[in-house]
Structure formats: structure tokens, C-alpha cells
Design a protein around this ligand. Structure first.
Ligand code: ASP
Length: 339
């Protein structure tokens, strides 16, 4: 029999007679962004998005099943979603006002509270991998723009021509946003403001450790230098020894609420479950300020929540049995672990 860490933990408790905490059952939860509405997707786009979510879950699960750390599962899942044009991260990222793709990403290791983040990169194929390099191979937490790209070159990360990220669908979304803006519509009414599509993952590994990560192109029509919540530790991403969160939505509001950290703080200090803390911050707090979006939340005892206040959020999870579960719209049931 192959000795997995779970078996070893079990043996340790038998031999010492000591009360050893039950080994965690690994879980991975992902999102591909809030804000999606039924009319946004044709049947083929819906099929493509679901199959990309499943592929990302399987890839992350491979890491967890091999006994690798939660951080590996988060990175593996997000890399698949960055490479898939269905989502607003990596290839398929939204365009800035000036017609560029500017990418942001971050990740955090819950047990050590180490974190890495990048913002405003144009040539790094997988920004989440660069965020991880920042965490593991620099004394810093966050690098931006040209400096981050120089670091990517130094670390020999794959770099691409900026045109790699372009998709026609995102380009047309920018054109629509520019027309709406020219017609004087307020930001809150903009059709394009609803189209998010950021990606994120939270995982619990067999050692009971948590990690979280998020990657995005930001928001369509964002101005030069705009950075949202996704690469900001505490706003779009947070992980501790008790909680892991990745957010998606109108970033300015997530920044103002320090949303990801706020969810973890509520769980830690008020004893709330992921579902309760998610409800307070995402379903009540963000809309109370005028924002919208969603999040995925995972606790150290394997309870998950996927709160959102939009019509849909691409989301899914996979547990020890390796069967992926995915959903897109509000009315689709998704029986989450621990719910
Ligand atoms: N939160 C991201 C941002 O504001 C957008 C998203 O979630 O799609 O940059």
C-alpha cells in the first residue's frame, strides 16, 4: 500500500496514543469570475467555460492527490484558467481604455502568511507564476509594471508578445464600453461593468494547510495605472491557518472593505462559518457601498462557500474523490463541502 500522509498521520496517532487531529480531506474550490448573465453566453461558450473549469479542477486535484501543498493546487488550477480565453485572466483578459491588456495576480500561503503579487504586466504568459516567483525568490511581496517584467525575465518565466492576450470578444467589449461612455452613461449603468471573469482558487491540502490565489485583467476600460483588488493581499486574496479567500467583482469596493481579509477576520474573531462571513461581506457589505461581485471561501476544516450578489459566478470544487462539480448561474445547485 502506498503510504500517503493521511495514513502516516493515522499511524502516528496509533503508535503514540496521542490525540492527533484528523487528517484533512483535500479540497479545491475555484471561480472564473462573478457577473456572468445568461444572455452573455451562447451554448458553445457555456460548454467551453464549463469544460475549462473542470480541467482546472482536475489539474489542481492532481497536485493535492499527490500530497503536494495547497499552493501548488492553487497555482496549477489558475494557470489552466489563465491559458483559457473564456476568462478575464491571461489570454482573454479585458482591455484597458488605451486598448492594452494589463494583468494583475496574487497568491498567499496560509500557514506561513507568505504572499506574492504582481500588477500591470503585459508580457508574462502566466501572471500567477510570476506572483509565486515574487513570493519565493524575492524579498518583496508585490512588484509592478516594468520591474515585474524584468524580474520575470531574470526568473526565466515564459513571456509572450502582448498580442497573445487579445481576443475579439474582449476587444468588442471595450468598443461597447467606449461607446457607452461617450453616450454619457454612468458607470453603474454600464453594460460592460457587469462583465467580470477574473479567476481564483482556494485549496486545503492533506496536511491541513490552506492557500489562495487570484488572477485578472482587471476591468474593461480601466484607466492607465489602475490596479484593482485582485493583486492586493487582504482585498482580493487572503489566506491564513484558518481561512482562504479569493474575490471577484468591482475591485474598488473590495479594496475599500479589505474584503478577503474581512471574511477571514470574521471567521477568526466572530467564529462565523465561511457561508456566514461570505454573506456578511459579499452579499451585504459590498452592495451596501454600491459594488458587486463574489468570492470563494474555504476553512481549515474543509467547509466551503461561494457567495455572490450577481446573476452568476463561474465556480466549482473538487474533493478527495476527484469528481469535479461546476456551476455558472445563481439557480444551479452546487452542493459544497461542509454545507
Ligand atoms: N476584481 C477585478 C478588478 O477589479 C475584476 C474582476 O473580478 O473581474 O480588477
Amino acid at each position: 500500500m502506498k503510504l500517503t500522509s493521511a495514513v502516516l498521520l493515522g499511524l502516528a496517532s496509533l503508535s503514540t496514543g496521542a490525540a492527533v487531529a484528523a487528517p484533512a480531506s483535500p479540497v479545491l474550490v475555484i471561480h472564473g469570475g462573478a457577473g456572468v448573465e445568461r444572455g452573455d453566453l451562447d451554448a458553445e461558450e457555456m460548454r467551453a467555460a464549463r469544460s475549462a473549469l473542470e480541467a482546472a479542477l482536475r489539474k489542481g486535484h492532481e497536485a493535492l492527490a499527490a500530497g503536494r501543498p495547497a499552493l501548488d493546487a492553487v497555482t496549477a488550477a489558475i494557470t489552466v484558467l489563465e491559458d483559457d480565453p473564456s476568462f478575464n485572466a491571461g489570454r482573454g483578459a479585458v482591455f484597458t481604455h488605451d486598448g492594452k491588456n494589463e494583468l494583475d495576480a496574487s497568491l498567499m500561503d496560509g500557514a506561513s502568511l507568505r504572499a506574492g503579487a504582481v500588477a500591470g504586466v503585459h508580457t508574462v504568459k502566466n501572471p500567477i507564476l510570476l506572483a509565486r516567483e515574487v513570493m519565493e525568490h524575492s524579498p518583496h511581496v508585490m512588484m509592478i509594471g516594468q520591474g515585474a517584467e524584468m524580474f520575470a525575465t531574470e526568473r526565466r518565466l515564459e513571456q509572450v508578445d502582448p498580442s497573445y492576450f487579445r481576443t475579439e470578444k474582449r476587444w468588442q467589449q471595450l468598443q461597447r464600453a467606449l461607446r457607452e461612455e461617450a453616450a454619457g452613461q454612468a458607470h453603474a449603468d454600464l453594460e460592460t461593468a457587469k462583465h467580470f471573469g477574473t479567476v481564483g482558487a482556494v485549496a486545503l491540502d492533506a496536511q491541513g494547510k490552506l492557500a489562495a490565489g487570484t488572477s485578472t485583467g482587471g476591468m474593461t476600460n480601466k484607466r492607465y495605472g489602475r490596479v484593482g483588488d485582485s493583486p492586493v493581499i487582504g482585498a482580493g486574496t487572503y489566506a491564513s491557518d484558518g481561512c482562504a479567500v479569493s474575490g471577484t467583482g468591482w475591485g474598488e469596493f473590495y479594496l475599500r472593505l479589505a474584503a478577503a481579509h474581512e471574511i477571514c477576520a470574521r471567521m477568526k474573531y466572530l467564529g462565523e462559518t465561511p457561508a456566514q462571513a461570505g454573506e456578511e461581506v459579499i452579499v451585504k457589505g459590498i452592495p451596501a457601498l454600491g459594488g458587486d461581485g463574489g468570492a470563494i471561501v474555504l476553512s481549515a476544516d474543509g467547509r466551503a462557500a461561494t457567495p455572490f450578489n450577481t446573476q452568476g459566478m463561474y465556480r466549482g470544487w473538487i474533493g478527495a474523490d476527484g469528481v469535479p462539480h461546476v456551476a455558472i448561474f445563481e439557480d444551479e445547485a452546487l452542493a459544497l463541502p461542509g454545507q
